[in-house]
Design a protein around this ligand. Structure first.
Ligand code: GAF
Length: 377
């Protein structure tokens, strides 16, 4: 990918660019907990956005997306916001760096990626992280701490893309390390790396190819439900709520809000249980918790769809250790913890059964836990 991007850059703009990359992410467990101050357990993967970038000595940003074959120019002032969504991610990152006191001047860029779009693997977070990392290197002597770069990506989503997301995706994209998952406490922002290289198991993503789109979606409404319940319980976030507190309030809140909060409170405990189980090599417990998460996301949080529930059922029937919807939901992938000896059989069965039912194959992606944002050259 690097050579192609650099060649395109030279053709369009001339000169020698620097090249940066940032990653998509998986999340083993801990869904919709980030904006509730809870725990998440993601890792960066070997699917990336890569960008060739070079200051151009003007106040103008000129960017070409190789995948979309689209070229956009914008200035760095608020009124210069581009209308294309992909460009507004880059514009947002520039604006957020400037707002936080950093420097951004005009630059030329060409980028491409191999993160499937709309699959719940955080291609947008990777795009934000890649440009935040690049602009920190090119214009700010890397003075902006890496965690702040993740927040700049998150604020871009909030302020320019209409998604009130938590910090997980940008955090994993920026902070990921090869072979390690990261447990992040989204209240204190403390985090810890956990080696993840099981001998007998593999992580496999099955992409339903139902396009997941978080902007203007029920995602924001899920967050509003959680915040409403937290306010009623008198806590900052649902991280500080217990099932007892929720039960005591059950008659005073809507059934829907109750179910949303119940999921979040239960999910918080599941992340901690999975981290402990992983350390003890107890993959059966890890897998059981993943199935519990799927059930909660499907029945209580209601972010599943027929295709994802179907893939989860097939996983269970095939004896897969753990399986669940991954990411925000409303489409995208299931993540499956599969014993290596079952892998081929599971993939074959899932493909056949899914095709019979929905008329097309799910995409299959093996997961390789990889490095996050970095300078390539
Ligand atoms: C999306 C969001 F961007 C994340 O912040 C997180 O809330 C996730 O959905 C659900 O866990 O990926």
């Amino acid at each position: 990918m690097k050579d192609t991007i650099v060649a395109e850059f030279k053709k369009r703009f001339g000169g020698v660019p620097s090249v940066y990359s940032s990653a998509g992410r998986i999340n083993l467990i801990g869904e919709h907990t980030d904006y509730n101050g809870g725990f998440v357990f993601p890792g960066a993967i070997d699917k990336v956005i890569m960008a060739a970038v070079r200051p151009n000595g003007t106040e103008l940003v000129r960017v070409y997306s190789m995948d979309l074959e689209e070229y956009v120019e914008f200035g760095l002032n608020e009124e210069d916001a581009p209308s294309q969504l992909w460009a507004s991610y880059i514009f947002g990152v520039c604006r957020e760096i400037i707002k936080s006191g950093g420097t951004v001047k005009g630059f030329d860029a060409v980028f491409a990626g191999n993160i499937p779009l709309g699959a719940g693997l955080s291609s947008s977070a990777a795009l934000e992280s890649c440009f935040a990392f690049a602009l920190n290197d090119l214009y700010n002597d890397n003075r902006i701490p890496k965690f702040e770069l993740a927040k700049i990506g998150q604020m871009t989503e909030h302020n320019y893309c209409g998604v009130n997301c938590g910090i997980m995706d940008q955090f994993a994209s920026v902070m990921g390390q090869a072979g390690k998952l990261i447990r992040l406490d989204c209240r204190s922002l403390d985090f810890e790396y956990y080696p993840f290289a099981p001998e007998d198991y593999e992580l496999i993503l099955l992409d339903s190819r139902v396009k997941h789109e978080l902007a203007d979606s029920p995602y924001n409404r899920r967050r509003e439900s959680c915040e409403r319940v937290a306010r009623r319980l008198g806590v900052d976030t649902l991280r500080d709520a217990t099932m007892e507190m929720l039960e005591s309030m059950k008659d005073e809140i809507s059934t829907e809000d109750y179910s949303r909060a119940k999921f979040v409170i239960e999910e918080k405990e599941r992340v901690l249980a999975v981290c402990d189980a992983l350390m003890a090599g107890d993959y059966d417990t890890v897998g059981r918790k993943m199935y519990e998460t799927h059930r909660g996301l499907s029945k209580d949080y209601e972010v599943s769809c027929e295709e994802l529930d179907f893939l989860n059922d097939v996983a269970r029937e095939c004896g897969v250790t753990g399986s669940r919807i991954m990411g925000g939901g409303f489409g995208g992938c299931t993540i499956n913890l599969v014993r290596k000896d079952l892998r081929d059989d599971f993939i074959r069965t899932a493909r056949t059964r899914f095709r019979e039912r929905f008329g097309h194959d799910p995409e299959v992606y093996p997961v390789v836990i990889s490095d996050g944002a970095r300078k390539v050259v």
